[in-house]
Ligand binder design. Sequence first.
Ligand code: HEC
Length: 135
Amino acid sequence: MKAALKTSIMLAALLATATASDARAADTTPAQQLQRFSSEAGAPGNATRGKAFFNSKHGDEWSCSSCHGAPPTATGKHASTGKSIPPLAPAFNAKAFTDSAKVDKWFRRNCKDVLSRECSAAEKADVMAYLNSLR
Ligand code: HEC
């Protein structure tokens, strides 16, 4: 194979990989996530309920705000490791809620940490409505 052709095939492969990972990294928006959970729940998210949920310890040790802050508009601090956490409210963090796999992963993990169960679609819709309302 001619060197030039080989190079252009390699370039094309590289470009394809870059495009695929970009698409994965930014495949959604905070508004789409609110819509998604609201339609799964069959009712629109409610910011007031979301705020109460976010700040409640649900009878255990941690609330969402233990790590993300109250309100979650600044850099948070992990309640056990002390590691910093980028702001959760989308108006304060352009990357928040732009990757649906990340949204699902962390909702699952954090809800289990705080409530010892997964959050319902209605609870996620309420949290999204609250986070999207922060300015
Ligand atoms: C023990 C600490 C801790 C607690 C408590 C916690 N979180 Fe998190 N959360 C994190 C960390 C760490 C991340 C990842 C941040 C990053 O890398 O962007 C995260 C990320 C998230 C994300 C992903 C955001 C995105 O941009 O996609 C969501 C959603 C989330 N948390 C919701 C919650 C909710 C809801 C609660 C309460 C039920 C909660 N968290 C409680 C530590 C915590």
